[in-house]
Design a protein around this ligand. Structure first.
Ligand code: SF4
Length: 437
């Protein structure tokens, strides 16, 4: 016998689709089928059933092998490492729930850690730009129901957020968008002819790293002022045309990704993209939204925003929160040898950081909390597998539009396995004992 669980939330990307159906065995131990998810979302659920999944912590040995240990020993190892470090780096936090992020923040405070999340290598520049000039924002529900002009700048949701276009941005029929795709004009700005560009009405094939110039040119074109013949590889006629398409819409939404946040100009590109949105509001209604990647990177920024006032790169080593991206960001700290241990949870810097940073992590005392075996677990001294958030334990996550959504438990974790939050609670308790607090 089986049972079907409706309205399940997908804990993979920032779209946080909340319409999945999951079929489990009657005893709640086996996950059998996943419906409505995209291929990567379905794989996230099904991977929890992998036969080679690790269910107990393991410690790296001198000879390169691993020794299985109990959770108690792993808690002691982690607590001792963090309590005895002068300045630990506590990185990741984007693939876990807000409850675990809250406990992690307390550990960071008590140990004088630097707390950083994956925004440090993706949308941190967007957060800096928002602090610079604010942001005209909206929800994905408003996009579905109102947006008739949709821009994807430096992002490729067809691959990175596969259901974004069908649930919210291009294809769905909403309250004021009854014609669905037919009623929308889609503009893609990308140096490559991506699969998202293939469904666009207009593809501006910009020269790599020239986003700032094109954004600036759009602002000029809105006002009908003269432009050079070609800007960022785009003929001026196309720029004027795109400007008119945007101005003539009833509701414009600009989605942007790492193609613009991490290319030349970085946060200044986003300053300018926000300024474009602001300018458009003189003609119509317009909003802008970052395409956040990990399913709860937005939540970690929100939790640290409440706790410390800053969304990433928070240095607590002086007993108060300091924030100075470029100085207090993970790769800068690792490059300058400024941290003496590394704790990673809910992220894979081994796959995303430069080689020099990964090498540094491999040389330092290090712990990685992750249900999977990853390039990061391969270089850390201790790997603690935990239950999958959104599959084996619920908890709060924030969608890319800052809407909090409660994820659901659909299946039991393997017997005796801890969750992120439980493990962190135990580590926190032990650190308090060590420090006599
Ligand atoms: S689009 Fe993202 S949240 Fe939705 S099912 Fe795919 S991976 Fe999951």
């Amino acid at each position: 016998m089986t049972k079907t669980i409706p309205d399940v939330v997908c804990p993979f990307c920032g779209t946080l689709c909340d319409d999945l159906e999951v079929v489990v065995s009657d005893d709640g131990k086996q996950l059998l089928e996943v419906y409505n998810a995209c291929a990567i979302g379905a794989e996230k659920f099904l991977h929890s059933q992998a036969e080679d999944r690790l269910t107990r912590p393991r410690l790296a040995q001198e000879d390169g092998s691993w020794k299985e240990i109990g959770y108690e020993e792993a808690i002691e190892y982690t607590a001792q490492m963090l309590a005895n470090s002068k300045k630990p780096l506590m990185y990741g936090w984007s693939s876990t729930n807000c409850e675990a992020q809250g406990v992690g923040s307390e550990i960071g405070e008590i140990t004088g850690a630097v707390m950083d999340n994956t925004a440090t290598v993706c949308h941190g520049t967007s957060l800096i730009a928002v602090q610079d000039i604010g942001i005209p924002h909206c929800t994905l529900g408003e996009v579905k129901n109102r947006a008739d002009r949709v821009v994807f700048w430096g992002c490729n949701p067809a691959h990175a957020h596969p259901r974004h276009m069908s649930r919210y941005s291009i294809f769905p029929r909403g309250f004021f968008t009854g014609k669905g795709h037919k009623g929308r004009k889609v503009i893609v700005i990308d140096p490559r002819k991506t699969d998202t560009a293939n469904v666009a009405d207009v593809h501006l094939q910009i020269e790599q790293g020239r986003d700032y110039e094109l954004l600036d040119a759009l602002r000029v074109a809105f006002k009908g002022l003269p432009l050079p013949d070609v800007v960022a590889g785009i003929p001026k006629e196309q720029i004027y045309e795109a400007a008119e398409v945007l101005k003539s819409g009833r509701f414009v939404i600009i989605f942007f990704g790492m193609g613009v946040t991490q290319s030349l100009g970085k946060n200044h590109n986003i300053d300018e993209a926000i300024a474009v949105t602001r300018d458009l509001n003189e003609y119509t209604k317009a909003a802008i939204m970052p395409m956040r990647g990990h399913y709860n990177v937005t939540g970690s920024g929100a939790v640290w925003g409440w706790q410390f006032g800053f969304p990433f790169a928070v240095d607590l080593s002086r007993g108060f929160a300091r924030y100075n991206p470029g100085e207090t960001t993970s790769n800068d700290l690792l490059r300058r040898d400024e941290v003496d241990s590394v704790f990673v949870l809910g992220s894979d810097p081994g796959a995303h950081f430069p080689f020099s940073s990964v090498k540094k992590i491999s040389e330092l005392p290090s712990v990685c909390i992750d249900p999977h075996q990853t390039p990061t677990t391969a270089v850390c001294k201790l790997h603690v597998p935990v239950a999958f958030v959104g599959v084996e334990v619920g908890g709060c996550a924030y969608r890319m539009d800052n809407v909090p959504i409660e994820t659901r438990k659909v299946v039991d974790a393997p017997e005796g396995m801890m969750t992120d939050e439980e493990f962190l609670e135990k580590v926190l308790g032990r650190i308090k004992e060590i420090k006599g607090e």
